[in-house]
Design a protein around this ligand. Structure first.
Ligand code: DQA
Length: 141
């Protein structure tokens, strides 16, 4: 089982920005933890992050034939990107939407995701563990 861990805008600043919401581990450190935990479960992970909407769209298109599923933290794109919404539909493999913070406890604009209806499910509020839970949720899919 091969999964893409896909991170969108500002997630490269994890460990530096808003540590109260996202913790103090860097994205590389988080990815190491995801890799270790996923390997134990027989899940092979690749990792990609971009601050550019079109790169996320391109990666979802590529994922269609390269992966069994995607764990996607689109960052703020979550709240307004219809382009990423349509790319999720186009990729035809299961995509799990994840957030490190509990977006429902935060500002109102974060309560709305334009991606959730085309995702397999949503996991929010468990810090970096949200990614691991997301990958596990794809098992047996
Ligand atoms: C986030 C939540 C989003 O609202 C925010 O814009 C992010 C990160 C999270 O992981 O909690 O950049 O997706």
């Amino acid at each position: 089982m091969k999964v893409l861990i896909l991170n969108g805008v500002n997630l490269n600043m994890t460990g530096i920005r808003e540590k109260g919401f996202y913790g103090s581990l860097t994205l590389d450190e988080i990815n190491e933890k995801i890799k270790t935990e996923c390997e134990k479960k027989g899940i092979e992970c690749d990792f990609y992050q971009s601050n550019h909407e079109g790169d996320i769209v391109d990666k979802l298109h590529e994922a269609r034939t390269a992966y069994d599923g995607v764990v996607l933290n689109a960052g703020a794109f979550t709240h307004y990107s219809y382009a990423i919404h349509d790319a999720i539909s186009a990729c035809e493999i299961p995509v799990v939407e994840v957030h490190m913070s509990n977006v429902h406890k935060r500002e109102e604009f974060r309560h709305k995701s334009v991606l959730s209806d085309v995702c397999k499910g949503v996991i929010a509020g468990f810090g970096y563990k949200s990614y691991i839970l997301g990958a596990e949720a794809l098992l047996n899919d």
